[in-house]
Design a binder for this molecule. Structure first.
Ligand code: TIU
Length: 222
């Protein structure tokens, strides 16, 4: 059954059977002190506002039977999937792979790499481990979405202008309609969050739509 979600630049029709909720990198490494985000010099408390709205949409998406997918940015313990150009940035003691209070920074299997407990995946919900900022790069996300007949993505996560933006740009070029839920995303830089959302919906929705959690919950519950 077709639903309508309030969005900018215009409302968008969506079929729950062809819509997925994609939650990007809501990991301890980005949201909690002692992880990758803080190692880059960021105030990680700025991301907390996205958790509640994200949880509300997650509950609605599960109730509506949407495909829910979670992504995590991170690397193999031997760093063989991490480009040198990514590894060599930052203070040596705080680089990817360095030890921290939540284990080695941005490494798969470490505590910091986990999704935060409030948004923990349920058994059966795909978790996509990605080595880059975009969720399509070197992953099987595209295959999973096409196998399920998905054409529309509701997108949440962090950070707005980095992994959310990169993923939405990748998805748009692959033919997916992306609705970015503004209050379910966050950035260490409020001005980048605002500009990132503005860029998506400008020019008639040049690479997507922007909406918010209440509109998504309303559309999914209708
Ligand atoms: N640093 C920053 O803003 N973001 C990232 O490094 N990765 C994601 O956005 N997930």
């Amino acid at each position: 059954m077709q639903r309508l979600i309030e969005a900018e630049p215009a409302p968008l029709g969506l079929d729950p059977a062809r819509t997925a909720f994609l939650i990007i990198d809501m990991q301890r490494d980005f949201l909690e002190p002692g992880g990758f985000g803080e190692s880059l010099g960021n105030d990680v408390s700025r991301l907390a506002a996205a958790v509640g709205p994200c949880r509300a949409v997650l509950d609605a998406a599960r109730a509506a039977g949407l495909l829910v997918l979670h992504t995590r940015e991170g690397h193999r313990p031997d760093l063989s999937d991490a480009p040198p150009a990514k590894l060599e940035r930052g203070e040596p003691a705080a680089r990817i792979g360095a030890p921290g209070p939540m284990g080695r920074i941005l490494i798969r299997g470490e505590a910091g790499h986990d999704i935060i407990p409030a948004l923990a995946p349920l058994p059966g919900e795909p978790v996509i481990d990605k080595p880059g900022k975009g969720a399509f790069y070197q992953t099987d996300l595209d295959l999973m979405l096409r196998n399920r007949g998905v054409d529309t993505l509701l997108v949440a996560g962090v950070t707005t202008e980095v992994c959310v933006h990169t993923t939405v740009r990748e998805a748009n070029d692959r033919g997916f309609r992306c609705v970015v839920l503004a209050d379910c995303c966050a950035s260490y830089f409020p001005e980048f969050h605002a500009a990132g959302l503005a860029m998506i919906k400008a020019q008639g929705g040049i690479f997507g739509w922007v909406s918010h959690s209440a509109a998504a919950v309303a559309a999914l519950g209708a």
